[in-house]
Design a protein around this ligand. Structure first.
Ligand SMILES: Cc1cc2nc3c(=O)[nH]c(=O)nc-3n(C[C@H](O)[C@H](O)[C@H](O)COP(=O)(O)OP(=O)(O)OC[C@H]3O[C@@H](n4cnc5c(N)ncnc54)[C@H](O)[C@@H]3O)c2cc1C
Length: 489
């Protein structure tokens, strides 16, 4: 047993859990494990092993100094957390971070869609795909007359009888027609998942729509009904933190009392009697009662290939797409266009070289100095894969030309910064939830997988998964404890 002194179990009855991966899923697992062990009076130590030299995985914030009244705040990964999902809201409360929370701009929340090269606002009252207000929808130049009529047919189309999963493209074509798929579903809903709509699982990504179809028989009826029930005092749908998403990671890490190791890649996980042997790149081996794989599934597959080949083969079946973003900073006086919204989404049919632009300084009031504008231009997703291969210089040329053509910004940016995430986005294909259930069912006792490859890509989902995994680990350890000493229960 080769555990660093700070992590050596105090007694033979101390359980040791190794968490591999210090992204938000791994850190959340540790946080909830720590609390559950305390609540259940379990003698437990844990070690988090992270390959890189920083915590947070894809959650990463950088700052660019300016001459203005504040710095630019750049998110390499996530920039907004959905409050509808409880994970992040609960964690904020538990860590005492309420005062640090900021909300997206509630006034300028318009989203634009590129349509024949022009920016067209999404009609007011859209519930993502579904119009809840007739007049703005009918007036919108985004859809043809037939496209609008086709949406109206949703009212009369019978609900699907099959309960099996289907693709986003299939669902939207069936209920609302190809124009909604092209102009809204593909750029907005597949955009969030960086996915191909023909492959994207409806059940794993937007299950609320099939549920609405089943409950109300029509999306239009469902949206109308749920709209009526919405409380007038609506909270912000998205939040972040004053100094960026990294605040969440920093707070989480500061609350963890286990053994935390950076710059330590794990190489393999093997069985050792009832326990596990976790081999590190340093040559050390840790012995653990339980191991949580909180890395992307493709990494988990590599780590388990030698010891658990069936698990590795299953994990390898989860595909990934790539994504990148270029931040551009401008002086406000150089930008003629009023950036009165969150930004622009771009349908595949427009055949552009970028996937979308977030108007960061409009979406958030505190991400750029008051005399500046900050844009985040996305590239390299399923519609623009080739862009990932460009050098930074060539990439910047293409990005600037797209920004010139779409937003009319001709000047050079005052700074730029490129972030790339090759194979950074797990793909939830049709049947994803069955695939994950099969992986989980086949895992050996004491080995767990958690994080964005499995049951939700967003940060709030990863937090919830960490919590659920921690509960499962504790339940299994309690069972093991009771088996070991049957008289004590
Ligand atoms: C560009 C981008 C924008 C996004 N925007 C949003 C958003 O606005 N809102 C939102 O909610 N979500 C967003 N997401 C998704 C979200 O950020 C991720 O799904 C989530 O952060 C993933 O967390 P994780 O812990 O599962 O994985 P990761 O963050 O990938 O963490 C896994 C960790 O495992 C470590 N690791 C890998 N191999 C090893 C090894 N061999 N040994 C030890 N450690 C290892 C890695 O270094 C990493 O730190 C975005 C993602 C990207 C890429």
């Amino acid at each position: 047993m080769n555990i660093p002194p700070s992590n050596r179990p105090a007694s033979p009855h101390t359980f040791h859990v190794v968490i591999i991966g210090g992204g938000i899923a791994g850190l959340s697992t540790a946080w909830y494990l720590q609390q559950a062990a305390r609540d259940q009076s379990i003698d437990l130590q844990y070690t988090i092993i992270e390959a890189s030299d920083r915590w947070g995985g894809k959650v990463q914030t950088e700052y660019v100094d300016s001459d203005g009244d504040s710095s630019f705040v750049l998110e390499a990964g996530p920039d907004a957390f959905l409050t509808r999902k409880a994970g992040v809201v609960n964690l904020v409360r538990e860590l005492g971070l309420e005062e640090r929370v900021i909300s997206v701009n509630q006034v300028r929340h318009q989203t634009y869609v590129v349509n024949k090269g022009q920016l067209v606002p999404l009609p007011e009252g859209m519930q993502l795909l579904v119009p809840t207000r007739l007049r703005p929808f009918l007036r919108s130049p985004l859809f043809s007359r037939w496209g609008k009529l086709r949406v109206g047919l949703d009212w009369f189309i019978p609900k699907r009888t099959s309960k099996t999963d289907e693709s986003l493209a299939h669902f939207v074509r069936r209920r609302l027609g190809t124009e909604v798929l092209d102009k809204l579903a593909e750029p907005l809903l597949s955009g969030v998942y960086n996915a191909e709509p023909e492959n994207q699982s409806m059940q794993a990504t937007f299950s609320q729509f099939p549920a609405m179809e089943q409950k109300y028989g029509s999306l239009l009826r469902g949206a109308k009904s749920t709209q009526a029930n919405l409380s007038p005092e609506r909270k912000s749908a998205f939040i972040s933190f004053q100094q960026g998403a990294c605040e969440l990671v920093a707070a989480l890490v500061s609350h963890l009392s286990g053994c935390l190791r950076l710059s330590t890649p794990v190489e393999t996980v093997m069985k050792s009697g009832r326990n596990y042997r976790v081999r590190l790149a340093t040559g050390e081996e840790l012995i653990a009662d339980a191991v949580v794989l909180a890395t992307p599934a493709k990494v988990a597959a590599l780590l388990t290939k030698q010891g658990f080949s069936q698990t590795a083969t299953q994990l390898e079946t989860i595909p990934y797409s790539s994504i990148g973003a270029v931040y551009l900073g401008f002086r406000k006086s150089d930008v003629q266009r009023v950036l009165d919204g969150f930004g622009v989404v771009i349908p595949r049919s427009e055949k552009r070289k970028i996937d979308g632009i977030t108007w960061v300084s409009s979406k958030w009031t505190s991400r750029a100095p008051s005399d500046s504008v900050l844009l985040r231009v996305f590239f390299g997703g399923p519609n623009t894969r080739d862009m990932m291969r460009l050098s930074d210089d060539n990439l910047l040329d293409v990005i600037r030309s797209e920004v010139r053509s779409l937003l009319g910004i001709h000047v050079l940016p005052i700074f730029h910064r490129v972030f790339r995430w090759p194979e950074g986005y797990p793909q939830y294909e049709v049947g994803h939830l069955d695939r994950i259930a099969a992986i989980e069912a086949a895992l050996p006792h004491g080995l767990y997988v958690t994080g964005s490859s499995y049951r939700g890509i967003g940060v709030p989902d990863c937090i919830t998964q960490g919590q659920n995994t921690a509960s499962q680990v504790i339940a299994d350890l309690l069972e093991r404890k009771s088996e070991a000493s049957p008289l004590s229960v």
